[in-house]
Structures are given as C-alpha cells and as structure tokens.
Design a protein around this ligand. Structure first.
Ligand code: ADP
Length: 467
C-alpha cells in the first residue's frame, strides 16, 4: 500500500528532527570527550604541582626535619580528591604514605574512580598511574614524592553528573523537537494534502462528466494554487465546451425545424391534392431547400473556421487590393439598391488566408447592403497601422439595438428575428467571420447606433518584418 502525503510529510519532519538531535548529541559528546578530557588532565597536572609545592614547604631546612602532621593533612586532603600521595626523605625513608595511613580508603577511592569511568566509557582503558617528583628547597634535593591516581584521566562524581545532565537535556530537547516536528508535520501536511485531495476528487468528478466542479480552497503555496487553478480552468473549459455542444445541437435543431416543417406541410398538401403543385409553390419549396442547404454549408464553414486554426493557407498580399477587388464585385448590387459604396485604402501588406479573409469581407459588405435602406451609404477603409492592418466597413443603416450588440457574433443570433428570417440570413455569417479572424490571431469588433449606422472593424496582424 502506498503511503499518503500526510504520513510521508509527518514522517520526514520527524526523521529530520531525530537526525538533527542525533548529530547535535554526537557533536556535543565528541566535543566533551576532547575538551573535557584535556581540561581534566590539565587540572590533574596542576593539582599534582600544588601538592608538591605544599609538601616542599613542610620541610624545615635548618633542622632538616619534616612537619609530618602538615604533610598528613596535605596527603589526606589529596586522598579526598582521588590522589594517593607518598613522601620520602632524601635517604629514601618514608615521611608519609597514604597507603600505609589508610590503605582501605585508597583502594576504595581507586575502585570508585574506575567505576565512574566505566559507567561513562564502558571501553575505557584506564588504570592506576603513578608520577614521581623530586622535592627541592632552593637547589637542594630534600626528598621524593609519588602521586598516584586513576589515569590517564578520571571524572569525579560531579563531572559525571554534569555530563549526565547535559545528555539528559539533549534527550529532552530531542523529545520536544520530535513532538514539535510531528505536530508541525501534521499541520503542514494537512494544509498541503487538503487542497490536493480536493483537486483529486474534483478531477475524478470531472472525468465522470460533472463539469460544474470547482475547488474553492486557496493555498499560500504557489504550486498548489497553480494546481487548483488548472483544475478549475479545466472544468470551466470543459463545461463551456459541453454547453456549446448542447447549445449547438439545440440551435441547429431549432433552426432546421421551421423550414423543414414548412416544406413538409407544403409537400403533404400537394401530395394530398389540397394544393395544386404549380410552379410558384414548387419554387417556394425549392427556395426553402436552398436556404437549408445554405445553412448546412455555413455550419460546415463555421466548424472548419473554429476547428482548423492551422489549416490556413497563408500567402502575402496587399489587403487594400483585396478589399478593392471585392468592392468591385458588389458595385452592381449596391447600385441596384440605391446605396453608395466608397472605398479608401492604404497599401497594407499582410500574411493571411486570402480566400477566408475574402469570405469575411463578403459577409460584412453583404450585411451592410442588407441592413442599409435605400439612399444610405457604405464606406470601406483599409489602414496600415504600426503592427496591424485595419479594415472598417461603416454603413448608415438601421443599426443594432444595444441589447443585441454583445450577441451578434454568436451562432444563429439575429437582432431582428422575424425580419432577418425573411432576408434569408442564417445568423452564422458573423460567427464564421469572428472564428476566421481569430484563427489569424486577429480581432473583430463592432460599434453601432440604432437608426444611424454600424461600423465593423477587423484588425489583422501584419506580414512579418513589416513595421
Ligand atoms: P445574418 O445571416 O442573419 O446576417 P450575421 O451573423 O451575418 O447573420 O449577422 C447577425 C445579425 O447581426 C444579423 O441578423 C443582424 O441582425 C445583425 N447585423 C449584422 N450586420 C449588420 C449591419 N451592418 N447593420 C445592422 N445589423 C447587422
């Protein structure tokens, strides 16, 4: 079984805390071993020297005698500190000997020291060490002294308890750090794992088709925020696409239902002999079929424009020249309807799909023709701007109501439904135009004033290398 994020993170925190404490303990103990040993050994040397100095002072040079009781005091106090002192005169005779004075106490002292050292260092190789010193008064040798102790060094009871306290503090610190690490690990892992678990749950719901899933959890970890944002964006995009798909299916069904119902009832009336199948009625049926056909063709175009962004067949051409050419093909229709058509254009080199841009222009110019009453005027313009080429088609037509303006690029949207159905518009022309321009990484926009006119602007990125 795989461990969860929470377990792993808590475990890692605890492990780091334990490792830190272990490293600190090892370092502190190693430091003590070196520093404390040196200190203790120096102290020993110093203590030996002090004893020798004190003993030398107990010799009376004039009478050439020792103050034995004073030497005994010195020896006894040394014994209490773990040192066994023997003093001999210059002829080798014993002045004072701790082992003679109290051998039991000496043996007990040595046992105690060995025990202390073994408790601290089980592998300690120590033993009884004896150092000899020559006792002098001025330049005259007055005797010899031997100082024995447990060596090479030993720890007194207070040294041992000091070391034990240090280790106890370390162990306590370790325990507290471990508890804190576990608490912190649990807290941190909860903060990380909660949004991650939510993202996992949301992703699994999304995979089942529940696109309305969103993660509202905000984290102060950048990567986690990126993850939840990505899942939310994914859900949003899928939801939008799903809605579009449903909308598209219902729009298409809705758009086809009326002409198909008209056709069906007309043909049934003729089959049943209610209507005589004269040429006028057949022509009307034929027109309905043409309309359906046009709509299906437009849907195909839209599907291509929306899906095949990279299937553009790009070429370099002058946008003004293209617009002038299309205007030319519209002149007769405009003339017949009594609408003036002007063109003003600067040379504007672009790299684009010439046929598809032509379709957009045809659509804009035929809309302007359709929605501008007799006596009106339409002006097309091409401007060569710094990074884009701009085409505008401005008419003095009926305009678009402000409430319809945001929707006119949506599929099957018609501002004036009843009138537009009669003009034969499918409501797809501007949708195709927008998809085509966006496939070129361009932009299309509209501004309109009711009963005054409408202006469509198309911005196309210019050919590479052109300023
Ligand atoms: P249609 O085939 O119906 O013209 P479009 O997608 O080309 O479909 O246009 C959508 C709607 O936008 C039209 O039905 C019309 O209501 C409105 N429209 C487009 N161009 C103009 C214009 N130049 N003046 C007024 N309304 C317009």
């Amino acid at each position: 079984m795989k461990a969860g994020l929470r377990t792993k993170l808590t475990f890692s925190y605890a492990l780091v805390a334990l490792m830190l404490i272990a490293v600190i303990s090892i370092c502190v103990n190693a430091l003590f071993n070196i520093q404390f040993k040196n200190y203790v050994m120096n102290q020993q040397k110093q203590a030996n020297q002090n004893i020798i100095n004190l003993v030398e002072k107990q010799y009376d040079a004039k009478t050439q005698t020792w103050n034995i009781s004073a030497v005994e005091n010195i020896g006894m106090s040394a014994l209490e500190q773990g040192m066994i002192v023997k003093v001999k005169d210059y002829s080798g005779g014993t002045v004072w000997d701790a082992t003679v004075h109290n051998n039991g106490l000496c043996a007990q002292m040595l046992r105690q020291m060995a025990q202390n050292m073994k408790s601290q260092y089980p592998n300690f190789k120590g033993g009884y060490v004896q150092k000899s010193y020559t006792l002098m008064v001025g330049f005259k040798q007055i005797g010899e002294a031997e100082i024995g102790y447990y060596g090479p060094f030993y720890f007194t009871n207070s040294d041992i308890s000091f070391l034990q306290k240090i280790n106890m503090i370390l162990a306590l610190t370790g325990l507290v750090s471990l508890i804190m690490a576990i608490l912190l690990g649990t807290y941190m892992s909860l903060r990380i794992s909660r949004p991650v678990s939510k993202a996992v749950r949301a992703a699994s719901e999304i995979s089942k088709g529940n696109y309305e899933q969103r993660i509202d959890e905000k984290s102060n970890t950048r990567e986690i925020n990126d993850l939840t944002d990505s899942v939310n964006t994914l859900a949003q995009t899928l939801e939008k696409q799903e809605n579009l798909r449903k909308q598209m299916a219902s729009d298409v069904a809705h758009e086809l239902r009326t002409p198909l119902a008209n056709l069906q009832s007309s043909l049934e009336a003729m089959i049943d002999g209610v209507w005589e199948p004269n040429s006028e009625r057949l022509t009307s049926c034929h027109e309905e079929i043409l309309r359906i056909n046009r709509m299906v063709g437009d849907l195909e175009k839209l599907e291509r424009a929306e899906a095949e962004t990279e299937a553009l067949s790009l070429s370099d051409f002058d946008l003004s020249e293209l617009v002038r050419h299309i205007i030319h093909s519209f002149e007769t229709d405009y003339y017949k309807k009594g609408i003036s058509l002007d063109f003003y254009g600067e040379t504007a080199p672009v790299r684009a799909d010439r046929d598809k841009i032509s379709q957009v222009l045809v659509n804009l110019l035929s809309n302007a023709l359709k929605y501008t009453p007799e006596g009106g005027s339409v002006r097309a313009q091409v401007k060569n701007l710094r990074t884009v080429a701009e085409i505008t088609v401005a008419d003095t037509g009926q305009g678009i109501p402000p409430e319809d303006l945001p929707n006119i690029f949506e599929r099957f949207y018609r501002a004036d439904k009843s009138r537009n159905r009669l003009t034969g518009g499918s409501g797809l022309g501007l949708t195709i135009a927008k998809a085509t321009i966006e496939a070129h990484k361009g932009r299309i926009s509209v501004s309109s004033e009711l009963n005054k006119g409408t202006v469509f602007s198309v911005f196309l990125p210019k050919k590479h290398g052109q300023a």
